[in-house]
Design a protein around this ligand. Structure first.
Ligand code: ATP
Ligand code: MG
Length: 758
């Protein structure tokens, strides 16, 4: 068992304990994820069929990385393991079983935007006050109910819930929930929470289905167990009920999703559910230096709600934790970018050794600006997904409608885009007619003259077009079908005709989507590769999942929430200010504040050997400059681990002695540290936060079509370096086929491509 050599005795014991329930609740960086990885490898080496293993991870990216590591040990068997997030794994199962609970197997997955749009429509129809019934509030309320497995009927019949709603003046929530659930059902759509809610319904009401999966998944493992909600907990419990071969790993100190319904109770329940549970303790942190581990421990010790753990590191004590003060958010960005630049050259590091972590997405702006100024390549993780861009969603709405014409959100999105003379009033009439006649909107459109007064001819033409798409997708490959739909819907032409910079960008994005579909239809490792299969889980993809440039050497920027489970040699945590971190919303209750503190703990423990924390004494918020007070979390760190960098000017008139400085950062804004800024501060600059890597270059000149020749080396703004393989077509529509080092072959329309000859 050579392959188990890289484990300490306790980790090894947990790996070898393959039968029965196992729980590992241990501190950050102690090898929990490593234990799962090795455990799966060990199961397969011990003769367990790889098809019988289910591993639930927190992100698809984590699953992918784990699979790669297992593949190193056991080879191609690794590809048969069921591994992924709760949502992706159970969406896959629901695709097979949906008919049992009355859904079509080609159900649509509504993303958050779709769900909110349904809610908005309902609120409008019911003529409710949009302050009391704010769409986000309603969405969260329904989401919380589903994650606690409270269906709309139960919601309406539960005295406590009803009393709460009525006393807050929101007595209609139950009715909204009912209408929402029915609308989704009629549209053949499930929202994100349904993927878990309906899985529970399926497993509860269909013993034959439950039995099938209980026997399929003989071994179950769950990473980041502290962040599962009740709905997830119950799915795992049901599936593991026969084999009881269930191993969960997590860290209560890293539970950071209570706002989404994650529940520490799931850890405590586990002990009750399985009295013969084997518990393993991992105490040694292999990731970070002693200083970093000690700082993390000293922070988390301020929380009352926590399981006792002793986490230690045997690495060097390492550098002290640096605290940098800036006078504005832009200056903070500059200091961070310069520090990274300096560390990189002094220590000969790669850019990817660095991560910048922040509490809120908005903070990335000042960081991005500063990094760009110094030509530092970076990538934002967890930003807006490629699949959330408007033009991509528009084309995908056509695909969705093709496979599920009842998909109401997709229908509303494109029925009059590109413009075909179908106005809002007509759409409203269709929806009303559908409600009245118990039909779906698409069924109404098919027989429009019967139901809609003055039905425009374009309505029927639209329906006929969608039906023609249904026919062609049966015979054409995914790529040909997608291209056909993009062209015949008029979408491609609409974007092509828009010659603005944004328009060209959108056109390029569609081209990128089509290229992605082409790659998909040429994949050799999967059998079914129709457009329908490509479409199935698009709603669940984030921009990190299909990251083609994952090995690119870039600094990583992300929120602390998305940094869970990851590690970087050097980490910057920025924006340590009251009302930002801890966030303003967390200041009302101890439990919320404790969650913020756990978030800080997560951030600190991502760092391997160098951690820098920074704060600004003023910052733009919603376009106005406000004064900021340093975070209380700074005071909670034992001073002996800290090194201060207050070099930014204007320097305060205080003595530089350590004790003075430490108390100084907790003074009120009126003191010398955070002088109110003049009202004439520069206006906020808005920079679009793009979810793609920014790789600086000497400056992109559009390639001169006349000069470009086969065999030339080129650089593309996003795809990197490549070589021209062929050129076809006439000016100005010359298309170049280019082989890019990072991502392979692509065909680009030269007039749009951001290429330079190198
Ligand atoms: P987190 O709580 O942040 O999710 P974790 O407990 O899952 O952390 P891992 O990510 O599995 O910890 O491990 C942290 C780091 O320590 C990884 O780089 C891992 O490879 C390394 N590591 C873990 N155990 C050992 C070991 N026995 N020997 C050497 N390195 C180890
Ligand atoms: Mg982990």
């Amino acid at each position: 068992m050579d392959y188990l050599q890289g484990l300490n005795p306790e980790q090894k014991a947990a790996v070898l304990q393959i039968k029965g329930p196992v729980m590992i609740i241990a501190g950050a960086g102690s090898g929990k994820t490593r234990v799962i990885t090795y455990r799966v490898a060990h199961l397969i080496r011990s003769g367990v069929d790889s098809f019988n293993i289910l591993v639930l991870t927190f992100t698809n990216k984590a699953a992918k990385e784990m699979r790669e590591r297992i593949n190193h040990i056991v080879g191609p068997e690794a590809k048969n393991i069921w591994m992924g997030t709760f949502h992706s794994v159970f969406a896959k199962i629901l695709r097979v079983e949906a008919d049992k609970i009355g859904y079509p197997n080609n159900f649509t997955i509504y993303d958050t935007d779709d769900s909110k749009s349904v809610i908005r429509a309902i609120l409008k129809e019911m003529q409710l006050d949009d302050k009391l019934y704010n769409q986000n509030f309603v969405y969260n309320r329904i989401s919380a109910a589903k994650n606690n497995l409270v269906g709309w009927q139960e919601y309406q019949n539960n005295d406590q819930i009803q009393a709460d709603d009525f006393s807050s003046g929101r007595g209609m929530l139950g009715k909204i929930y009912e209408t929402y659930a029915q609308r989704c059902f009629r549209a053949g759509a499930m929202d994100f929470d349904d993927l878990l809610f309906k899985t529970n319904e399926l497993l509860k009401n269909h013993p034959d289905v439950l039995n099938k999966y209980q026997h399929k998944f003989k071994y179950l493992m769950v990473d980041e167990y502290q962040d599962t909600n009740f709905s997830q907990y119950l799915i795992v419990k049901r599936l593991a009920a026969v084999s009881e071969n269930l191993c969960v790993v997590g860290d209560d100190a890293q539970s950071i999703y209570a706002f989404r319904g994650a529940n520490i109770q799931n850890i405590l329940n586990f002990e009750k559910d399985y009295p013969d549970l084997k518990v393993f303790k991992l105490e040694q942190n292999y990731r970070s230096t002693q200083n970093i581990v000690n700082v993390a421990n000293s922070i988390i010790a301020n929380n009352k709600d926590q399981l006792k753990k002793n986490v230690f590191s045997e690495k060097d004590s390492g550098d002290k934790i640096k605290v940098m003060r800036a006078f504005s958010d832009n200056e903070e960005g500059k200091m961070v970018a310069e520090a990274i630049m300096q560390q990189r050259s002094t220590n000969g590091l790669k850019w990817k050794a660095f991560a910048i972590l922040y509490r809120t997405n908005a903070q990335s702006r000042s960081m991005e600006e500063a990094l760009r100024k110094l030509n530092i390549p970076y990538k934002i993780y967890g930003g807006m997904s490629f699949y959330q861009r408007k033009e991509i969603k528009d084309l995908i709405a056509y695909f969705r409608l093709t496979f599920n014409p009842n998909d109401e959100e997709a229908l509303k999105r494109v029925i009059n885009y590109p413009k075909r003379g179908i106005g809002d009033t007509t759409v409203d009439r269709i929806i009303v007619a559908a409600d009245r006649n118990q039909l779906t909107p698409f069924e109404v459109i098919l027989q429009a003259p019967r139901y809609v007064e003055k039905a425009p001819a374009s309505l029927m033409a639209f329906a006929t077009m969608i039906q023609s798409f249904q026919v062609i997708t049966k015979t054409l490959s995914a790529y040909d079908a997608a291209l056909h739909i993009a062209q015949h819907s008029g979408l491609l032409k609409d974007l092509y005709d828009d010659k603005s910079v944004e328009g060209l960008n959108r056109y390029e994005n569609i081209q990128e989507l089509l290229n992605g579909i082409k790659e998909f239809s040429e994949r050799e490792d999967i059998e079914e590769k129709g457009l329908e299969i490509f479409m199935q889980d698009v709603a669940l993809l984030t921009n990190d999942d299909n990251d083609k440039n994952k090995d690119a050497d870039t600094v990583s920027l992300m929120t602390i929430h998305s940094s869970k489970g990851l590690e970087f040699p050097q980490v910057h945590i920025v924006g340590l200010e009251e009302n930002l971190f801890p966030s303003q919303m967390s200041l009302n209750s101890r439990s919320d504040l404790e969650e913020e503190r756990r978030l800080f703990y997560v951030a600190i423990t991502r760092a391997e050997y160098k951690l820098t924390i920074s704060y600004a004494t003023s910052r733009f918020k919603f376009g106005t400059l406000i004064n900021c007070e340093p975070s209380r979390f700074l005071d909670e760190i034992d001073a002996k681990y800290l090194e201060l960098d207050f070099s930014a000017k204007p320097a305060p008139a205080q003595s530089a002695s350590f004790g003075d400085e430490r108390s100084a950062w907790s003074r009120k804004p009126a003191d010398a540290f955070s002088k109110p800024k003049p009202a004439t501060a520069p206006p906020i600059k808005t920079t679009s936060i793009l979810a793609k890597a920014h790789v600086p270059s000497a400056g992109f000149k559009p390639a001169d079509t006349a000069n470009l020749q086969v065999g030339m080396q080129v650089e593309h703004e996003r795809f990197g370096f490549g070589k021209v393989i062929s050129l076809e077509g006439n000016k100005p529509d010359v298309k170049a086929t280019i082989f890019f080092k990072e991502i392979g072959q692509k065909q680009l329309l030269l007039k749009f491509a951001k290429l330079s000859i190198v």
